[in-house]
Design a binder for this molecule. Structure first.
Ligand code: WQD
Length: 335
């Protein structure tokens, strides 16, 4: 059985990925200090899979402690999710982001080195691209992250590439996620942001639950309905992409560093999300059109040909699944 260490295992994408890993026969260990998640997630993973996951509650920036804990362990692969991810917050607290996101990546790499993990999958983001590049973005599109959060993801990719160049047997993939959304179909796992949510779909579900209004940022964009278009991908599909990535690395005989877009290739506008949400959940949303949000571009889509061809990755879930599961999850109110 292949042994995988997941960092940020109680987090939104981490927890969904652990379920897919366990269901595909991998043995999973996790590191999560619950800075933006809850330990109850592991009980729900057990409920879903019948399998227990050992979690180490430590900060990945604490390299000394990592060394003693993982002294005698071995892993085949590390999937590194643990990071702060609020774009807006990163602008106001850049050092917090550089400190945490880079410190935790270095911690994960030290574990990979000490535990002989030859495969590393890194959680990167579409936010690394130059937003003024022609969309859909391919993996060759220019990079130019605007926020400190985006910079940490790009620097993370650079660190991995430098590390790769000096190692004779490493296999590393950076996965650039577009807009992950939705919850597990069992409604046992989902996104649970502490404080005010940052992304459109959790903002919608929270405002509906609290009977408040939310803002649509701008309706004068050059798009068919004049609102921004994004590439929303169901979180279980994002999780499944990691299984495709691992299986690809397992087949690969030689060392490799590569980058893949993880999206759907389909665009959905803010108003289309609102309509799909209302239709699928038989609710009426309360929103008002506000000014454009700084930094937003009209259309941001993934070109997903590379992941389809090389990783054989195909999506399973639709926008309808995203909005339905997101609302079911919010209603269920698991914390
Ligand atoms: C989606 C659309 C908004 C809130 C960010 C990160 C990216 C990735 C995903 C992780 C936009 C509109 C939003 C609201 C709105 N994350 N909107 N009202 O900005 O595409 O991408 O999250 O790596 O890196 O940059 O996602 O969910 O914030 O916005 O109208 O209250 O919804 O203008 O068009 P974004 P988002």
């Amino acid at each position: 059985m292949k042994r995988v260490l997941v960092t940020g295992g109680a987090g939104y994408i981490g927890s969904h990925t652990i379920v897919e890993l366990l269901n595909n026969g991998y043995a999973v260990t996790s590191i999560d200090n619950f800075s933006n998640s809850t330990s109850k997630t592991f009980d729900r993973i057990f409920k879903l899979t019948g399998k227990k996951v050992k979690n180490y509650n430590i900060d990945l920036s604490n390299h000394k402690k990592l060394e003693s804990i993982f002294k005698d362990q071995e892993f085949d692969a590390i999937i590194h999710f643990a990071a702060f991810k609020a774009v807006g917050e990163s602008v106001h607290e850049p050092l917090k982001y550089y400190d945490n996101n880079l410190g935790s990546l270095l911690g994960a790499l030290k574990i990979a080195y000490n535990c002989n993990a030859q495969s590393i999958i890194y959680s990167s983001s579409a936010t690394v691209y130059d937003q003024n590049e022609k969309t859909p973005f391919t993996e060759k599109s220019n990079l130019n992250p605007l926020s400190p959060y985006g910079m940490t993801k790009k620097i993370g990719e650079d660190i991995l590439f430098d590390y790769f160049k000096n190692n004779s047997n490493l296999k590393i993939l950076s996965l650039r996620y577009f807009n992950p959304a939705g919850a597990h179909p069992s409604i046992l796992l989902g996104e649970n942001p502490k404080g005010i949510p940052n992304n459109l779909i959790p903002i919608i579900t929270k405002s509906l639950k609290e009977k408040k209004s939310f803002a649509v940022f701008g309706n004068t964009y050059k798009t068919p309905d004049k609102t921004c278009i994004r590439d929303y991908i169901h979180v279980v599909d994002v999780a499944r992409a990691h299984i495709s990535a691992l299986k690809y690395l397992e087949k690969k005989e030689i060392r490799i560093y590569d980058v893949f877009n993880i999206g759907t290739g389909y665009g959905t506008s803010v108003l289309e999300i609102i309509k799909a949400f209302e239709k699928n959940n038989s609710v009426k949303l309360n929103y008002s059109i506000k000014g454009k949000r700084q930094g937003d571009v009209p259309i941001l889509l993934a070109n997903v040909k590379k992941a389809k061809k090389i990783l054989s990755f195909k999506i399973k879930y639709t926008i309808d699944d995203i909005v339905k599961t997101a609302w079911e999850w919010e209603k269920k109110n698991l914390s």
